[in-house]
Design a protein around this ligand. Structure first.
Ligand code: NAD
Length: 325
């Protein structure tokens, strides 16, 4: 008899994705086991596909101990937690869902930009304490914010997320300067929900990094980890920026030199920073977390309920595509 194809979702899978897989005849086990127990389970139940999020480390020992595994599927962006070489050596295919989180990250970029523009990171701290007694003083203190419309947004890295950010920025009426050494040109689409037949398309060309640094009011990073963990923005780049400009990093810790950033924030040269990612996760630099000019989130850029649903569906479809019943 034909064996039912079995899937272990060790960090869970969204119900919609699970449903698609089950309707297509796959048996899905949803469990949460430590890595040392996974291979025993996989071998006993003859699991063909292992689905993980970022929590489960799929290292060489685990991969080598699984006799039957055909696919390792990462529900999300990146495959840092999977030993790709070991998988390749055993002919195990590795899948992920690189595009499913772009909208979530792009929206968080705007959440940080709006926060910095009106200093919500501070008013949210002061209002619960002093809003009752010092309302008017706070009103005065927080009345010097800025608007995004008409401001220039430098997008460093013009791949999937960079282009999604550009689409949102178009809607906000911002000027856009992209920089990407590989993506020299890209057409950004803006879907307007009220006129679905009228998708607006605008072609952008990469400018030079110096142009981006010199002209932007906000700079947002959307690049992968650089070779050797090199920072892309450090003291030399900050000096080329407009005084008072803001920096947003939702890409990877280490892409912005954190000590240099602190120095430039303290001197008042950089207007503020929105940070979702940090050099030393999960114990970021306290001075940065507490800084009054910094808006912070705990690496949640790609993680929304909407993204989880999309990831589950996209992953289920990919599994069915590459490993049909
Ligand atoms: P992508 O591969 O589609 O785009 C990255 C772009 O960066 C590429 O076009 C590449 O040419 C460009 N690039 C590489 N080096 C560069 C450099 N030195 N200067 C300028 N451009 C450079 O990737 P993506 O899907 O847009 O993701 C971008 C980043 O976002 C990744 O680092 C990813 O890990 C991160 N990310 C974070 C979260 C989160 O939770 N905060 C979620 C998803 C993705």
């Amino acid at each position: 008899m034909h064996k039912m194809k079995a899937i272990l979702a060790n960090d869970g899978i969204d119900p919609e994705g699970k449903d698609i897989l089950e309707k297509n005849g796959y048996c899905v086990y949803e469990q949460k086991m430590p890595p040392e127990e996974i291979s025993t389970f996989i071998n006993e139940k003859q699991v063909d596909v292992l689905i993980v999020r970022s929590a489960t480390q799929v290292r060489r020992e685990l991969i080598e101990a699984c006799s039957n595994l055909k696919i390792i599927a990462r529900a999300g962006v990146g495959t840092d937690n999977i030993d790709l070489e070991a998988a390749k050596a055993k002919n195990i295919k590795v899948l992920n869902t690189p595009g499913a989180s772009s909208q979530s990250v792009a929206e968080l970029v705007f959440a940080h930009m709006f926060t910095l523009a009106r200093r919500l990171q501070l008013s949210n701290r002061f209002m619960p304490e002093k809003g009752h007694s010092d309302f008017n003083a706070l009103k005065k203190r927080f009345s010097d914010g800025i608007e995004l419309r008409g401001r220039t947004l430098g997008i460093l890295g013009f791949g999937r997320i960079g282009q999604t950010v550009a689409s949102l920025a178009l809607g906000m009426g911002m000027r856009i300067i992209p920089y990407d050494p590989i993506v020299k040109k890209a057409t950004v689409e803006l879907d307007i929900i009220h006129i679905p037949e009228n998708t607006i398309k605008i072609e952008f060309e990469s400018q030079s990094l110096d142009e981006l640094l010199g002209q932007s009011d906000f700079i947002t990073l959307h690049v992968p980890k650089q070779p050797g963990g090199r920072a892309i923005l450090g003291a030399a780049e900050f000096q080329k920026m407009k005084k008072g400009a803001y920096i947003i990093n939702t890409s990877r810790g280490g892409l912005v030199d954190e000590l240099a950033l602190l120095e430039f924030l303290n001197s008042g040269y950089i207007g503020g920073a929105g940070l979702d990612v940090f050099e030393n996760e999960p114990s970021p630099l306290p001075d940065l977390l507490k800084h009054p000019l910094v808006s912070v989130t705990p690496h949640i850029g790609g993680s929304t309920r909407d993204a989880q649903v999309r990831i589950g569906i996209e992953l289920a479809q990919r599994i069915i595509e590459v490993y049909p019943h």
